[in-house]
Design a protein around this ligand. Structure first.
Ligand code: AMO
Length: 447
């Protein structure tokens, strides 16, 4: 059995024998003493060895040959070598790193390491080439611990409220979002498409009687852009719930689930995030500010920035500007922009009863970038078909989807949210490449 103790658990142990294993971070090879900083997935610890540089010519004392061999072995250790060490744990306040050290008794080289091809100042692209080495750094490593905590909190929020977790297929027969961003692949005798969103199938759960569903899964977009916020494959967090009266009900649930996620992250990782990212995690207060899109455009215009096309979505600079306004005026990092024009929303968004040029929809902006889109869905089949036609879609191609609305369907709504974007903005990182385990973009399919 493996008796290894994780570095983070050493502090709770009494002085005495321990075994630790990990990567050699540094070796300080002094004349009389050697220090190794060893790092495992939980932290770093100092190992110490009193150096024996040569055998006593007068006669070899018991164990002296072994002590010399150990000293030579440590001198030869390279950065990144994976070692297992048994020795004596000693708590000592004078040791800067964690107030403890392990005096080495035996050291085994488990696997050697070549010289690392990346350094702290390597380009992001080079770091991506060597992602497994990049992730070994405590800062990058922390991102995926934070992600785990965040997702766990979201799942718990939903599961405790009887939501159902679903896995929808990623091989599709048609597009659910814009056809322009569709990956097409050969599928036996025919063609298939990679799912851009679980949109249709999370909606299917409503007539299927599942009530409230969520999914965390991959989404694919054949988007050729090289921005800091776009990937060709990303993890999408999706939610869809029955019985909404408007998009307001969706926003309410959306902000609650985010509060659950941020609370868990702050509690578990707040101190480490502050230390490694210099970021103080703020648990957002509810309700998040809500501003209709048209009003948001006026606000940013009054601040000197005119969104290029009046009938278009907020552009990235507009998102940044409205976020800054909300931060300054309302002290909030989040803002729901609501009531998007139907001309720039998909056919499945419900439109205002009294003004069909507007939709019951929203985008959620966090620290200047869109992280999510949500809406109430159109559930009346005749209206839905009209809206699809208006968008140039062929209802025949969508028959399987339209059928969902022909056998009794409750009013419903939901959202889709990009996981890597949330993490990027939470940790004030500059690119989703940093917060995606393995990034996929137009020119990146490796590793
Ligand atoms: P939308 O297309 O706005 O909406 O996507 C929802 C969220 O997914 C993330 N996202 C991306 N992340 C990384 N790279 C991309 N190329 C990318 N594209 C989108 C963003 C975005 O806000 N079906 C609807 C959702 C719904 O109405 O439920 C949809 O997919 O964070």
């Amino acid at each position: 059995m493996n008796t290894r103790t994780l570095v983070k658990d050493l502090a709770a142990l009494p002085d005495g024998p321990v075994t630790v294993a990990g990567w050699v971070e540094t070796v300080r090879d002094q004349k009389k003493v050697q220090f190794i900083i060893l790092r495992d997935e939980s932290g770093a610890v100092q190992l110490v060895n009193p150096a024996v540089r040569e055998l006593d010519p007068e006669g070899v004392s018991v164990g002296a040959a072994e002590a010399l061999a150990l000293t030579e072995q440590i001198s030869a250790l390279g950065h990144g070598t994976f070692i297992e060490v048994s020795g004596d744990l000693k708590h000592d306040e004078r040791v800067k790193l964690g107030g403890l050290e392990v005096k080495i008794a035996t050291l085994e080289v488990v696997t050697e390491a070549l010289e690392t091809p990346i350094a702290a100042d390597s380009s992001l692209d080079k770091r991506m080439d060597w992602r497994f080495l990049d992730l070994r750094h405590p800062k990058q490593n922390l991102i995926f611990r934070v992600q785990t905590t965040f997702l766990h909190a979201l799942r718990s929020y939903w599961v405790e409220r009887d939501w159902v977790e679903i896995q929808t297929p990623k091989l599709m027969a048609s597009a659910s979002e814009s056809r322009a961003e569709l990956f097409e692949l050969g599928y036996f005798e025919g063609k298939a498409y990679l799912a851009q969103s679980p949109q249709f199938f999370k909606q299917m759960a409503q007539p299927a009687g599942l009530g409230r569903v969520f999914e965390v899964g991959p989404a694919f977009r054949a988007d050729p852009s090289f921005t800091s916020r776009h990937a060709t494959e990303f993890t999408s967090i999706d939610a869809e719930m029955s019985w909404v009266e408007s998009h307001e009900d969706v926003m309410k649930m959306h902000e609650e689930v985010l509060v659950a996620g941020f609370t868990a992250v702050k509690e578990k990782h707040g101190a480490e995030i502050l230390e490694l990212f210099g970021v103080e995690i703020t648990v957002p207060t509810t309700p998040f500010p809500r501003i209709p899109l048209a009003e948001a455009k006026e606000i940013v215009a009054s601040r000197g920035y005119v969104v290029p096309r009046a009938d278009a979505d907020m552009d990235p600079e507009g998102e940044r500007q409205i976020s800054q306004y909300v931060k300054e005026e309302l002290g909030h990092e989040f803002v729901f922009l609501t009531d998007y024009a139907s001309s720039i929303r998909p056919f499945y968004h419900m439109r205002h009863e009294d003004d069909p040029t507007l939709t019951n929809s929203y985008d959620l902006i966090f620290n200047g970038v869109e992280i999510s889109t949500g809406a109430q869905r159109e559930h009346r089949i005749d209206v839905l078909i009209e809206q699809a036609k208006e968008k140039g879609l062929e209802p025949e191609e969508l028959e399987f989807y339209l059928d969902f609305f022909r056998y009794g369907v409750p009013p419903h709504g939901g959202f889709g949210m990009g996981l890597a974007r949330v993490l990027m903005l939470m940790l004030h990182e500059h690119s989703i490449r940093e917060t995606t385990y393995l990034f996929r973009g137009p020119t990146r399919l490796l590793p």
